[in-house]
Design a protein around this ligand. Structure first.
Ligand code: UDP
Ligand code: MG
Length: 316
């Protein structure tokens, strides 16, 4: 029996890339065909070009090419999830259809998997071809996530990755909608290994992620992996309450008990301002408190499993 490897390929307006990608994947399939068999899952994420015709014609001649067509564009994360839930392989590899993820590295991913890694992550070694601003953005994104996130993300990690069957099963159990595939895979844990690669230039077409989408993706990651943004208001409130409270206390003592020995002579409006600040501090602290409750609700709604086990011994 050969080992089945599923290749999940999200496709959005990639009619110019898919035939070349398929050709390269078939070349790889041939070099490893003594031990491994490939299955392809093409997910057409509501393409508006000729991707559907191209994919249909591939599926017509190749039984191992499975084809799912979305009714409209649902986004790459949804496409990837669809692929993962339909894949049958002992391992599943996610790969972009614009040939930025070189298919010839697939045997290396498989080798690392066979050597014991449950998740093999493609890591960008350099992104000279990307605009400087985009690289800077991605750098800060990972820095921020590192500081505030509760999940350990591999930096410069891409969606080019292999997952063991067991990881895929766990992934398929996750129910949250607002998902960032790689963040979730990282959250699952398991033994990870990496493959460094230099992302190629897009073979054809334009990248479909716009800045606004990247921004939303980053914001989603923050929100779904960290409660810190919510808590900041609370911390700020506590800080303001304490400072304003202490200042007010000092002014009161100074004025009514010590009779202003240093001659500060605080004006009425100044007192009012301090009092106001104190109240603002209390309001912000309460926001922080509410944030804690929202945080709990947020976690419950995400409905992630409480734990993921990698192995169980002596259970029938
Ligand atoms: N993609 C998708 N749905 C979308 C946007 C992109 O399935 O709404 C696919 C796209 O076809 C490609 C991959 O996701 O295979 C990465 O997209 P892109 O190259 O635009 O992003 P980048 O390379 O900038 O991460
Ligand atoms: Mg791309």
């Amino acid at each position: 029996m050969k080992i089945l490897i599923s290749i999940v390929i999200p496709v959005f307006n990639e009619g110019g890339n898919v035939p070349e990608l398929y050709r390269q994947l078939e070349t790889v399939a041939n070099t490893i065909s003594d031990k491994y068999e490939l299955e392809y899952l093409f997910i057409n994420d509501g393409s508006r070009d000729n991707s559907d015709e191209v994919l249909e014609s591939i599926a017509a001649v190749d039984q191992r090419a499975k084809y799912i067509e979305f009714s409209r564009n649902f986004g790459k994360e949804a496409a990837t999830s669809a692929g993962l839930s339909h894949a049958h392989g002992d391992a599943v590899i996610l790969i972009d259809s614009d040939l930025q993820h070189p298919p010839h590295l697939i045997p290396l991913f498989i080798e690392k998997w066979r050597n014991g890694a449950d998740v093999v992550i493609g890591v960008r070694s350099e992104r000279e071809s990307e605009p400087k601003l985009k690289r800077l953005g991605s750098y800060w994104f990972y820095q921020l996530m590192d500081w505030i996130g509760e999940t350990e993300l591999t930096s410069h990690a891409t969606d080019f990755r292999l997952m063991d069957r067991q990881v895929v099963e766990e992934f398929n159990r996750l129910t949250e909608r607002n998902r960032i595939t790689r963040g979730l895979i990282d959250w699952l844990g398991f033994r990870r290994d990496t493959v460094e690669f230099m992302p190629a230039k897009r073979f054809a077409g334009k990248p479909s992620y716009k800045w606004s989408q990247l921004y939303r993706l980053a914001l989603n990651s923050f929100v779904s992996h960290s409660l810190l943004p919510l808590k900041i208001a609370g911390y700020l409130g506590i800080f303001i309450t304490i400072t304003a409270g202490l200042t007010g206390f000092f002014i009161g003592i100074n004025r009514y008990i010590l009779n202003d020995p240093w001659g500060f002579n605080f004006s009425g409006p100044a007192l009012l301002a301090i009092f106001n600040l104190f109240l603002i501090g209390i309001v912000l602290s309460c926001l922080g408190l509410i944030a804690l409750y929202i945080g709990f609700i947020h976690q419950e709604v995400q409905n992630r499993p409480m734990y993921i086990s990698r192995r169980k011994i002596n259970f029938s």
